[in-house]
Design a protein around this ligand. Sequence first.
Ligand code: CA
Ligand code: CA
Ligand code: CA
Length: 117
Amino acid sequence: MKRAHLLLAALLAAPALALAQGQTGMTYEQFNHIDKDGSGTISETEYFTFMEGAFKELDTDRNNSLSRAETADYLTDDQFSKVDVNENGRISRQEFLDHVMSEFHYHDSNKDGELHP
Ligand SMILES: [Ca+2]
Ligand SMILES: [Ca+2]
Ligand SMILES: [Ca+2]
């Protein structure tokens, strides 16, 4: 499993309790991997760039959407349905990015545009 996939799984599968506590559900190593400029925080741009890359890696047949098969190792059926907002059985790039960016804003509890470890 590639590193990006592990991180994605951690982010998307973060337990509800951790989310409620405002934690990112990331390990130290995952955090540093996304924090490209080493500032100690993850900016919106760093997060977006990482997630665009994660989408490309998951989209193994390159049709610009994610099937249940492509995400089977990382998302449960319930999680898939949550991201597939228009319920067409595929996660589009837009649905994916909308979802992960809403997570970013959720975790950015002090609204400074940065995620702190
Ligand atoms: Ca940073
Ligand atoms: Ca695909
Ligand atoms: Ca969809």
